[in-house]
Structures are given as C-alpha cells and as structure tokens.
Ligand binder design. Structure first.
Ligand code: SAM
Length: 274
C-alpha cells in the first residue's frame, strides 16, 4: 500500500453505490479519517471493514492535519471519507489535502458518488457548462444577493439545500429568476423515495407547498439557463414609451429595465431608434 492520503467517495443513499476499488482501499489502509466515525461505522461494518477510524471534521484543527500528515510522512496510508458522497464537495477535507500536499506527500483521489453530478445527469438541463454553488447563505438577504449574482452567470447552477430551507430557497429563486424559469428538484437520490422533477419555478413551488412529503429528505436543486431577452413585449414597450414622454429617456429605460430584468442600455437604444 503506497503511503498516501486517499480521497474515497462513499454512497449518498443506496449502500451499493461504492466502487470495488474504494472498498479495497478502505480495507487496506492503515487508518480511515471520517467526518463522523459513528455514522461511517455502519457502512464499514456492512462491508466487513475493520480498519481503525479517527475523526476528521470541519472544525478539526491544524494540529490534527499535522498529525495525519506526519503519519503519511512516516509511511502510512490514510483514507479520508465524509458522511456521504465525495469528500471536499461541501464537506471537510480541504485543509487536510493542502496540509498533506504542502509536505510533498501524495494525495490519491478515487472517483465515485456525488449528489451534484448524480442530479445533473438526470435533470434534463444543459450540461456543457455548469456552476456548482453548493449551499447558499442561510439568511434571506444574503441568499437573495447571491442569487442575483448567480443570475448573471447565465449557466446551469447546482445548489444543495437542507429540508427546512427548501421552501425558502424555491421562493427566493422564484423572486429572482421569475415564475417561468425552469429548475430541477432532485430529492432523496438513490433512496426509496427518490423524486426528480423538472418544471417552471411557479409549478415546483406549488407542488412542494401542497405536498409535505416533497419538503422532506435531501435535496439538490438545479437551475437552468436564465433566458436573457433584450426585447420587450407589447406591455413593456407601451410602458417605456409612456415613461419616456415624462422622463429623460435614460431614466425611463433604467426603470423599465429594472422591472423586466433587462439591460438598460439595450432599452435606451431601442427607445432612441423608435
Ligand atoms: N459530499 C457530498 C456529495 O458529494 O454530494 C455532499 C455533502 S453535503 C454536506 C450534503 C448535501 O448534499 C445535502 O444537504 C443535499 O443537498 C445533498 N445530498 C446528499 N445526498 C443526497 C441525496 N441522496 N439526494 C439529494 N441530495 C443529496
């Protein structure tokens, strides 16, 4: 066994979703560093793995990183696992990977389960480019601000969310992206009550509000492309013309652009061209 830190993904629900290589590594290493040792014991017992466990979580201090790096430097092999999925993806491990690499030691990643990629593969939303956002801030003002920034990325965006905030997230997304914006709600992936639904935000919000079961479990929310239109509908054109008869054209364009989520410059040019 090569002295190294192995990054080992574990199942996100279905206990069968672990690779043969991951099981071999977990059996062969000298030590497994786990986010929650009690939680991981269930998985390890299921696969008859008796490798010693040590705790490594997001509050682990530098001292713990140094101790683990010392052991790798001394010739031992260590596997890092989190409670579910791929370590470091919205999970602890960053400081440990950096600490081990800083000592010139080897980090070996294994591919495997990740809720974000699992959801993306079945969302039916564009996948050529995507942005992984993970968890948004818990406070509403900060969350909406971040959603506003995300809107301008104009790409597929993957969010993680806890069940007690899922309605708030969908409500804020609706306010920022609009009722017709398409999202995918992927709930309880790989588990008994797996539900994957893609629909406009307005429909998803109604569905989740009307069915308490849809507010339970673990969620990945994926936002599709924000359709950026530079043109106004008939109502908007009327409003723009009316405002422009009372206000300086730039001001009128700014107000209408803010209202419809368009670029003020585009509307101003439209206005002076008319
Ligand atoms: N490292 C993990 C990964 O690779 O996906 C993610 C860990 S993060 C602390 C936990 C979050 O991932 C959950 O709150 C949820 O948003 C998402 N998640 C994990 N398992 C899931 C599942 N089976 N179905 C849907 N979302 C899941």
């Amino acid at each position: 066994m090569k002295a190294a830190l192995y990054i080992v993904p574990t199942p996100i629900g279905n206990i069968g979703d672990i690779t043969l290589r991951a099981l071999e590594i977990l059996k062969a290493v000298d030590l497994i560093a786990a986010e929650d040792t009690r939680h991981s014991r269930t998985l390890l017992t299921h696969y008859d793995i008796s490798t010693p466990l040590v705790s490594f979580h997001e509050h682990s201090e530098n001292r713990v990183v140094e101790q683990l790096a010392d052991r790798v430097a001394g010739g031992e092999s260590i596997a890092l696992i989190s409670d579910a999925g791929t370590p470091l993806v919205s999970d602890p491990g960053y400081a440990l990977v950096r600490g081990v690499q800083a000592r010139g030691l080897t980090v070996i990643p294994l591919p495997g389960a990740c809720a974000a990629i699992t959801a993306l593969s079945a969302a039916g939303l564009p996948t050529h480019h995507f942005h992984f956002e993970g968890f948004l801030p818990a406070k509403q003002v900060a969350r909406v601000k971040r959603l506003e920034a995300i809107k301008s990325l104009n790409t597929t965006v993957i969010f993680y969310e806890a069940p007690h905030r899922i309605v708030d997230l969908i409500t804020d997304m609706l306010a920022v992206f609009g009722v017709d914006h398409e999202i995918c709600l992927a709930r309880e992936l790989t588990k008994t009550f797996e539900t994957i639904r893609r629909a406009p935000l307005g429909d998803i919000r109604e569905w989740v509000l009307n069915d308490a079961n849809q507010q339970k479990g673990e969620f990945v929310v994926i936002s599709g492309l924000v359709v950026q239109t530079t043109t106004l509908g008939a109502d908007g054109r009327l409003l723009l013309a009316r405002l422009a008869s009372e206000l300086p054209p730039r001001k009128a364009a700014q107000i209408v652009a803010d209202h419809y989520g368009l670029k003020s410059r585009d509307l101003y040019q439209q206005l002076i061209a008319d």
